[in-house]
Design a protein around this ligand. Structure first.
Ligand code: B16
Ligand code: MG
Length: 227
């Protein structure tokens, strides 16, 4: 038991629920309004990245847009968020990704701490809509960190609040920037997605239904034994 990790820190978008599609649709609508086209492949690099940083990456596709004032950029970011908030109104308990609630339950059964580490300012709202708030000992969203992913601050802020050493935490992420953040915090990283983006994860699964508690713990213990 002492070899077990003491905390699990979950990313939100792409791990607990698939809000990535809503972020994509909201950005696409915003981009269309300023004559920029984005596709799902481009959207991959926006995953886990803050709202303003995502906007900068979109504007960089059309160099004339880079001269916009910061007020104008803020206005566009707000507009995107309004599109996003309209889309997430339909989010409910059916939108929890497969395997997630089972994993949260097993964390609780093993007296492990549970935190959320999200780059989204809407994280608390989404977790509430999913009916999962009671599982979380702490929620870190974009408002609590100075440096977003790939900086480790999102994950270290959660572990510091929980009082758990970083090496005894497991972080779960679907984004390249997120896996980099977990690794940078010297936590055990579980990646959900494709090896092309997440090769740096300590343990990689293709989708959330493969997030099996016993297997994650086994891999964590193996890594801790070797290092
Ligand atoms: P918001 P995560 C991230 O959530 C999303 O992956 C990313 O696409 C989004 O831009 C970011 O949150 C900010 O979201 O506009 O709601 O503040 O994956 O870190 O849970
Ligand atoms: Mg994510």
């Amino acid at each position: 038991m002492s070899q077990y990790p003491k905390a699990f820190i979950y990313d939100l978008d792409g791990v607990i629920t698939d809000t990535a599609e809503f972020h994509f649709l909201a950005w696409q609508k915003l981009a269309e309004g300023i004559d920029i086209t984005i596709d799902r492949q481009f959207n991959e690099q926006l995953k886990g990245i803050s709202r303003l940083e995502s906007l900068e990456r979109i504007l960089a596709l059309e160099p004339s847009m880079l001269s916009l004032s910061s007020d104008e950029k803020q206005r566009l970011a707000n507009q995107k968020n309004n599109h996003y908030l309209e889309l997430v109104e339909s989010v409910n308990t059916d939108d929890i990704l497969p395997g997630i609630e089972q994993l949260l339950r097993e964390n609780k059964e093993h007296q492990m701490k549970i935190a959320l580490g999200s780059a989204s300012n809407n994280a608390k709202n989404i977790v509430d809509r999913l009916g999962l708030t009671h599982y979380f000992d702490y929620i870190v969203d974009a408002s609590q960190v100075k440096k977003g992913k790939p900086d480790p601050e999102t994950f270290t802020t959660a572990a510091d609040f929980l009082g758990v050493p970083y090496e005894e935490c497991i972080g779960i992420e679907d984004a390249e920037a997120g896996v980099e953040a977990i690794n940078g915090a010297f936590m055990f990283s579980v990646g959900v997605g494709a090896v092309e983006q997440l090769a740096q994860a300590d343990y990689l699964v293709a989708n959330t239904s493969e997030l099996v508690f016993d297997e994650i713990i086994k891999r964590y213990i193996e890594k801790r034994t070797i290092s």
